[in-house]
Design a protein around this ligand. Structure first.
Ligand code: ADP
Length: 197
């Protein structure tokens, strides 16, 4: 039985000046998820909003440190991430979740967790072609994956299932990070600041 507190979502939203939401960034490694997440967080923070980034790499240092990259572990990684995102949204935050989250079913499950908590779920496909991501390769992960030093690497030796109907698609190979963030901000403000808040 879920225990309800004395402070409800509407009261939190009224104090914050916006409702909570979960912005879910999905895409290949080096597609630009972290870059956009951080810049978007900064932009919303400067506007006085309650915002926090949840990062795949960071969660794997703590809560998810016992998980690897098998399909089962990736699913569990995303399930836990979605539950944490939901709790942060329960606390009234705009949560920006940056996870490769390669499987459609896992992202659908994350959406369902958000929906059950009464939070909007904005799926953002951070999209750049594999060749572009591989050329960027900021952490040399593609190089290691091609050399066989990293197994089950998304795009190289593990699948990525692109979203069928994301709320937003950002082509990071055709637009600057600033343009991408501006698009995300516009969509987001329409969702979290509507209703006179
Ligand atoms: P991910 O979090 O998806 O693994 P990162 O954000 O760590 O990706 O790396 C993306 C790289 O692509 C960065 O070096 C960033 O500067 C570069 N980049 C170029 N154009 C864009 C863009 N429009 N949006 C985001 N990143 C971009």
């Amino acid at each position: 039985m879920w225990s309800h507190g004395e402070v409800d979502a509407a009261q939190r939203a009224a104090r914050n000046g916006h409702r909570s939401t979960i912005v879910w960034l999905t895409g290949l490694s080096a597609s630009g998820k972290s870059t956009i997440a951080r810049a978007l967080e900064r932009e919303l923070f400067e506007r006085g909003m309650q915002v926090f980034v949840l990062e795949g790499d960071n969660l794997r240092h703590g809560l998810n440190r016992n998980l690897g990259f098998s399909p089962e572990d990736r699913s569990e990684n995303i399930r836990r991430a979605a539950e944490v995102a939901k709790l942060l949204a329960d606390a009234g935050l705009v949560v920006i979740a940056a996870f490769i989250s390669p499987y459609r079913a896992d992202r659908a499950a994350a959406r369902e967790i958000a929906r059950a908590g009464g939070h909007p779920f904005i799926e953002v496909f951070v999209n750049a072609p594999l060749e572009v991501c591989e050329t960027r390769d900021p952490k040399h992960l593609y190089r290691k994956a091609r050399a066989g030093q990293i197994k089950e690497f998304t795009g190289v030796s593990a699948p990525y299932e692109p979203p069928d109907a994301p709320e937003l698609e950002l082509r990071t190979d055709r637009q600057t990070p600033e343009e991408c963030v501006a698009q995300a901000v516009k969509l987001l403000l329409g969702i979290v600041c509507s209703g006179g808040l």
